[in-house]
Write a protein that binds this ligand. Sequence first.
Ligand SMILES: Cc1cc2nc3c(=O)[nH]c(=O)nc-3n(C[C@H](O)[C@H](O)[C@H](O)COP(=O)(O)OP(=O)(O)OC[C@H]3O[C@@H](n4cnc5c(N)ncnc54)[C@H](O)[C@@H]3O)c2cc1C
Length: 398
Amino acid sequence: MTDNLSHLDVLISGASVAGPALALGLARYGARVTVVEKAPALRGGGFAVDFRGHVHRRVLTAMGIWDDVHAHQTHMGRQSVVDADGTPRVDLPAQMMSGDVEIFRGDLARIVYERTRDTVEYVFGDSVTALTDTPDGVEVAFERGTSRRFDLVVGADGLHSNTRRLVFGDESRYLRFFDHYVAGFSVPNHLGLDRTGRLYSEPGRCVVLGNYDGDPDRAGALLVFRSERLAYDRRDVAAHKRILAERFAGMGWETPAVLKALEETDDLYFDAIAQIHIDRLTKGRVALLGDAGYGATMGGMGTGVAIVAAHVLAGELALAGGDHRVAFAEYETRVRDFARGCQKISGNAGPFFAPATERRIRSRDRMYRMLSSRMLAGFFKRLTEKAATAIELRDYPA
Ligand SMILES: Cc1cc2nc3c(=O)[nH]c(=O)nc-3n(C[C@H](O)[C@H](O)[C@H](O)COP(=O)(O)OP(=O)(O)OC[C@H]3O[C@@H](n4cnc5c(N)ncnc54)[C@H](O)[C@@H]3O)c2cc1C
């Protein structure tokens, strides 16, 4: 193992997937890494995320978490589109939706965190308030505590990145809103689902219930709805619950039970379906990683892109002996097109879940029916795999 980054102090903002994945790589090369996370503790929750193709496999292996990810994989089976009375209309084969290996986002975050907690300094419940790039480093001020200086700062703080706002400007310049919102949370498994999912749509809204891990008591609910842009406080969970309750009022199938569970839940994820489009991923000594730089909310393989990009950024810094000018330029060129390709695949996942009219729901179902044929499922799988593998990885120091 090389420790040619032992002279570097790196600050990473955000401890979900991208941040800890980069911390893992950098710490292995000897860098001193601090991760600051706004939440008071590592955040659980979120739906299942998947990995597909040889690039993801190679990166997970290099990170040393291939076996752990498999040990926690979901083994998701068939998903069906159902009528209001629960009668299946169309079935979707598992491999189309869940890649080669699927894992809950929260489990993945915990695996990478556990791997790094002894070698990386984690600061929870804090956030960066100012960044001043100087020739010798970045002066960083925090909400709590004194300022510190770091050689490099990486913003891995998600779609609504604080780092991006401080260094590159307001989010409105970079966030493309796709007319839909998504929510995910856990619910009692009252349908007795066993590694299967059910999807029910009415015009402009959709409820998915899925049991991914065989737990007889718990299932995951995913709610998608079409909407104009909403003004709300992103930290106000009660407001998110109110919005969802209003938007899903009067919807059929299992929706009343899902809304009841929503009142109780403490793991709600709620966000716009949106993408980040920004020309530069780095400026001076600051870089953006993961959703902060090229987020794609749903279906855009955001997690796969984040771990590949973290691997590339750590590897390029190691190859350049810590010279961020060289490494950041390589990171930009290698990752930008790859991330864009994955964003394109996801497009706007909203109408896929919640078509705007009954007619569109029916044509979506016809498309699902076609996709569930073996040949087209294979085509779809190849298409997503092509995007997930459209990057040439260099051999970084082991
Ligand atoms: C709790 C949670 C649930 C999710 N559920 C889903 C889901 O169901 N479906 C889906 O498609 N995607 C979901 N995502 C997003 C998904 O994790 C990402 O698309 C992908 O994994 C890339 O991850 P990321 O680390 O770049 O960004 P994210 O996973 O968004 O992580 C960003 C991290 O930065 C932290 N952060 C934000 N602001 C600050 C700040 N000012 N200072 C410090 N830290 C900050 C956040 O708390 C979070 O931990 C979820 C994310 C989270 C955090």
